[in-house]
Design a binder for this molecule. Structure first.
Ligand code: NAD
Ligand code: ZN
Length: 353
């Protein structure tokens, strides 16, 4: 088990099988305390038993099950978790373990960070997206009033354990979703990783743990330099300004877009903007377009004004101006680049169906 501890302000990340990790010793001080494990329906069925049977300290843990799906990353569901914690008599010295994908770690981290002004929590991500992105870096949150991650906190998990063994039960579309964030990490900072990821055809068989670990490392290193997103960390939002708008646009529709899928489309469109407004070459763009189109179906509405209204809610904006990230080349990224409605409309209308 390798340990990478990045900054005092950040959660240490442990990589490798949970059974060989520090998990038991981190649980030990909570022996006389209460422990809750937050799961959704799927991680309840596929991941919980391994945890409860593998770790004596969890035999009596309170299991809190959420309905699965992004539509449940909302305040009403937080109320239920706070109610359960309150009824079970949790104090702020007890522990919450978030066992799930990004929905569980985002909501669980948020719930814990404000429960009695801060309950300790541990993240055990079980989805690819959770491992390479959501469970790492200290951002928690829920969707509110139709906007993604509108309410949230920066809160540090005691430890984040990344055990790719959990991925064995992950459905294939969730591999595809998580892959988008890994592609993003490569595009913003690692040309060689991008070249490796470009060649993959069968994700479940060809996405080696080493690639996942590199993705985690990229995220952790960027976050370590700028934990609360005052500058550099913004590059992790590449693909997300447009991606989040698409995700919000379809959130309550008959054809919702999963986060990773929306981000993949956002990556394509923001790469196109990078050719027009930065120095990304046409050849680099074509390699991005080929990768994205071979893995993700494009779902882009022609409602440019509706999307623009959603983009104006983006947390990265300044003075009401929409800011995005652009790639000057594969492997580096610029943040805080101003985007006008006219430039946005042009790229959307070039792709919408
Ligand atoms: N906090 C951050 O920095 C950050 C970064 C990126 C994304 N996110 C958030 O993460 C969320 C998306 O994460 P996600 O894609 O993991 O969503 P998710 O948690 O909804 O998981 C996707 C699906 O996979 C299932 N699943 C998870 N692990 C499984 C396993 N091992 N076996 C079988 N099924 C399993 C879940 O039950 C769910 O149905 C979004 O809400 C997004 O906003 C947060
Ligand atoms: Zn994301």
């Amino acid at each position: 088990m390798q340990t990478a501890s990045f900054s005092e302000q950040l959660s240490p990340i442990e990589w490798g099988p949970l059974l060989n990790s520090s998990f038991s010793s981190v649980l030990a001080p909570f022996a006389s305390r209460k422990i809750a494990i937050l799961v959704d329906e799927n991680t309840h069925d596929h991941c919980l038993e391994f945890l409860i049977t593998g770790f004596e300290a969890l035999a009596e843990a309170e299991v809190i099950m959420l309905p699965a799906g992004e539509e449940n990353k909302v305040l009403e569901v937080c109320f239920q978790v706070w109610e359960t914690l309150t009824e079970a008599g949790f104090s702020r010295h007890d522990l919450l373990i978030n066992l799930g994908g990004g929905m569980v770690t985002d909501l669980g981290g948020f719930v814990a960070s404000v429960y009695k002004r801060g309950l300790a929590f541990i993240n055990v991500p079980t989805s690819l997206l959770g491992m390479v992105d959501a469970a790492v870096g200290g951002k928690t949150g829920i969707d509110f009033a139709g906007y993604k991650n509108q309410v949230g906190t920066f809160a540090v998990a005691q430890v984040t354990y990344i055990d790719t063994g959990f991925l064995h039960t992950l459905p294939s579309q969730e591999w595809t979703n998580g892959f988008a964030e890994l592609l993003k990490h490569a595009l913003i900072s690692d040309l060689e990783l991008w070249q490796d990821l470009s060649k993959i055809q069968d994700l479940q068989n060809e996405l080696h743990s080493a690639f996942i670990q590199q993705g985690v490392q990229i995220k952790a290193e960027i976050v370590a330099q700028d934990p609360t997103e005052n500058g550099l960390r913004k590059i992790l939002n590449f693909g997300h300004t447009i991606g989040h708008a698409l995700e919000s646009y379809y959130l309550n529709s008959a054809t919702p877009l999963a986060h990773g899928h929306a981000v993949a489309i956002g990556i394509l469109l923001e790469s196109k903007l990078s050719v027009e407004h930065s120095s990304l070459t046409q050849a680099e763009f074509l390699s991005i377009e080929t990768r994205i189109k071979s893995t993700y179906a494009l779902q882009i509405p022609d409602d440019t004004e509706g999307l623009w209204a959603l983009m104006q809610q983006d947390k990265k904006n300044d003075n009401g101006e929409v800011r995005i990230c652009l790639l000057p080349q594969i492997g580096s990224c610029l943040f805080d680049q101003k985007l006008t409605f006219e430039d946005f409309e042009k790229v959307i209308l070039g792709y919408c169906s």
